[in-house]
Ligand binder design. Structure first.
Ligand code: BES
Ligand code: MG
Ligand code: ZN
Length: 482
């Protein structure tokens, strides 16, 4: 995608199509009022539609160099930036249906966050995963050229917005990749390739090293698979050094069959996306240099495949985690918390000021909050709030769940220090959070259960099967804690 930022008068900006957003009564949000004259009769005749999604296509607007104007109805007065994200994403999809691969848009008339949202709709809504399609000619058009007009200087806003959206889109690519093409080794290779390109340091702990260190919890998950597990380590250091360290920990189970506690087949196929927390951490790491993030960030991504086999962990097995805490594994499908436990303990080596983990951790989270909202829990209210606010800024909704003391006893084990599952069905997202707290409790820590990301059915802004959620909310949270 090529982006040109132009400051000249809009009348002189050339291009095939100018995208203009308008409310249902014909008030233009991002264009000169004189263009609205073309729209007025169509609003009166109701041809512009009475709600979000109505469109009107105008040829050769007098006095403008651009060849066409595409008006998009955003519905009522704008209440939330997300309405704008949905609008430009949706408008782009209409345009590409007409064979366009370019768009001109003006930011005049939009406030800071609204301008950002409009751009995000284009950068995120034009995402497609096409790597595995062979007939490239039959694919929907890609957005190759965006011309951004504004009377103010918006070049830096555009650059930063694009960089952050690229991070989300990289995370989406990882979600989409099937597990035969993205196993822990391939994921580590990807991080290695990105490291140079994106400006962070890469290393990996292999199974032998993890065994010597005593990461019995993480290894109990990978032992059933032919694919070796890894702990992928990424380190970003800002120029000039920093006095704060963030640790980001992301669950990357490249396929979660459930292990011997095998999932039913109708719940299994989506589990190629069980590396989503890792994808979020990769996505964030990939943008830090571009955005000149001012603090040190360590990304820790434990990556395994959870498979049944003669070597797999049996329900009731007891393992010793890196922290020394013994864990009775009563359900091998509650594996995410097992790999996170050791990664969280390992994070102590970096003496982080804040720790945030991301994980597609529990189906219960979908029961509690549905497919569009993620859960956040933690022991540091300011950090939890920073994630909620970061999510709010970028249209990635997070909702806090309580880590209630009373539920801790549900994780009691007869024979070990803790069980990896609760003794009751209810409140599974919270009990998973409480399990993690046992390993993260000494940090200023927040846990994000992003299970919803996998179940996205696809909307204007998000592709089906993996939203990349958390990249922007997480980045926004770190900025707030800077
Ligand atoms: N990866 C799943 C969680 C999941 C389920 C994410 C559905 C997205 C959609 C996780 O490893 C898992 O299987 N969790 C179990 C935990 C249970 C055994 C306590 C679950 O949620 O059923
Ligand atoms: Mg599982
Ligand atoms: Zn899982």
């Amino acid at each position: 995608m090529n982006i040109d930022v132009v400051k000249e008068d809009l009348t002189g900006v050339a291009g095939r199509c100018l995208l203009v957003l308008a409310t249902k009564d014909g008030t233009l949000l991002n264009g000169p009022a004189q263009l609205g004259e073309h729209l007025k009769p169509l609003v009166e005749s109701e041809e512009f539609g009475k709600s979000f999604g109505g469109t009107y296509y105008h040829l050769n607007p007098t006095g403008f160099a651009v060849q066409r104007v595409f008006f998009f109805n955003v519905g009522e007065k704008i209440e939330k930036d997300h309405q704008l994200r949905r609008a430009t994403a949706s408008a782009w999809k209409s345009l590409r249906g007409k064979g366009f691969s370019e768009v001109v848009i003006s930011l005049d008339g939009l406030e800071g966050s609204a301008a950002k949202a409009v751009l995000e709709g284009l950068f995120l809504g034009s995402y497609q995963y096409t790597a595995l399609k062979s007939d490239k000619d039959k694919l929907p058009k890609t957005l190759d050229q965006v011309t951004v007009h504004a009377s103010e200087d918006v070049a830096e806003l555009v650059r930063q917005t694009k960089a952050l959206c690229d991070g989300t889109n990289r995370a989406r690519d990882l979600y989409q990749m099937p597990a035969n093409l993205l196993n822990p080794t391939k994921l580590a290779d990807t991080a290695k390739a990105w490291a140079e390109d994106r400006g962070f340091v890469f290393s990996v702990l292999e199974e032998d090293t993890m065994r010597d260190m005593g990461m019995g919890s993480l290894l109990s998950v990978s032992q059933g698979s032919e694919e070796p597990g890894k702990l992928i380590i990424m380190e970003y250091e800002p120029e000039g050094g920093s006095d704060k360290t963030f640790a980001l920990v992301g669950k990357a189970v490249t396929f979660d069959s459930g292990g011997l506690s095998l999932k039913p087949s109708n719940a299994m196929a989506e589990m190629k996306g069980d590396m989503g927390g890792g994808a979020t951490v990769f996505g964030i790491m990939s943008v830090l240099r571009d955005l000149k993030f001012p603090h040190r960030v360590v990304g820790l991504v434990p990556s395994v495949e959870n498979m049944p086999s003669g070597k797999a962990t049996r329900p009731s097995d007891v393992v010793t985690s890196l922290s020394g805490v013994t864990i009775e594994i009563n359900n091998t499908d509650a594996e995410g918390r097992l790999i996170l436990a050791d990664a969280l303990t390992y994070a102590k080596n970096y003496n982080p000021d804040y720790v945030i983990d991301f994980a597609t951790l529990t189906g219960a989270c979908l029961v509690a909050l549905g497919p569009k909202i993620c859960a956040v829990m933690g022991n540091h209210p300011e950090l939890v709030q920073a994630i909620i606010d970061g999510g709010q800024e970028y249209g990635e909704p997070f909702w806090e769940l309580p880590l209630v003391e009373e539920y801790k006893e549900l994780l009691k084990s007869q024979v070990a220090d803790i069980s990896n599952i609760s003794s009751v069905r209810w409140g599974g997202t919270i009990t998973a959070g409480l399990f993690l707290e046992r390993f993260a409790g000494d940090f200023q820590w927040a846990h994000c259960d992003i299970a919803a990301a996998i179940f996205e059915k696809g909307d204007e802004v998000n592709p089906a099967g993996g939203t990349g959620i958390g990249v922007r909310a997480g980045y926004g949270a770190m900025l707030r804690m800077s």
